[in-house]
Design a protein around this ligand. Structure first.
Ligand SMILES: [Zn+2]
Length: 200
């Protein structure tokens, strides 16, 4: 007659193996699917986005339009835009010619003219991964060029209505994104600037 010690694993092991196999079969595809989704999803997961906002809040970014305070901002980050797009930025209204200020120290990585953004600036933070986008500028400030270093508070351009802004609707379109590759200045995961400037 077998002892209980030998009988126990002999009877339980196949069941445990079957359970493990079932777990492997069901868990693996779900996990792979989730990983693929996270890799392609353009917006950070909620907890990740909150972490990034917390980090950016601690950086004391400057509100990029001269003379405005965070209390005057409106959260237009999730607004719908033409062609099924989401805004993914905030609009900061100000008179034409108001100074646009570098939100922090960094490098101008791209000066770009586009039909949507008009006259725009892409600035890379010294952390090498946070990118700031300033659009609808009236013009660039003197000395602003690709590769130039700028410091927090430096005037880099002037508020305007270039691109697809309605004529006379002068404002700065400001976006923050976390780049996975610093050479892909137009890509990245957007973070809501309103959350960064508000409530800190
Ligand atoms: Zn905008």
């Amino acid at each position: 007659m077998p002892s209980p010690n030998r009988q126990y694993p002999a009877r339980k092991l196949p069941r445990a193996l079957a359970a493990l196999a079932a777990l492997a079969l069901t868990a693996a595809p779900v996990s792979a699917q989730r990983m693929a989704l996270l890799a392609t999803f353009p917006i950070p997961r909620r907890d990740e986005a909150r972490d990034i906002v917390d980090v950016l809040r601690s950086r004391n970014l400057l509100l990029p339009v001269e003379g405005l305070t965070a209390g005057q901002l409106h959260d237009t980050y999730n607004d719908a835009r033409s062609g099924g797009r989401v805004h993914d930025a905030i609009d900061i209204h100000a008179p034409r010619g108001t100074h646009v200020l570098a939100t922090t120290d960094g490098t101008i990585i791209k000066l770009h003219h586009s039909s949507l953004g008009g006259i725009t600036i892409y600035q890379l933070d010294d952390d090498g991964r946070t990118r700031y986008y300033y659009a609808h500028l009236d013009r660039y400030a003197d000395g602003i060029a690709e590769g130039v270093r700028v410091t927090r508070g430096q005037t880099i351009g002037y508020v305007g209505d270039t691109g697809n802004a309605a004529p006379g609707d002068t404002h700065l379109h400001f976006a923050i994104a976390i780049l996975s590759d610093a050479s892909r200045w137009w890509a990245g995961r957007n973070v809501n600037p309103y959350d960064v400037f508000h409530g800190r």
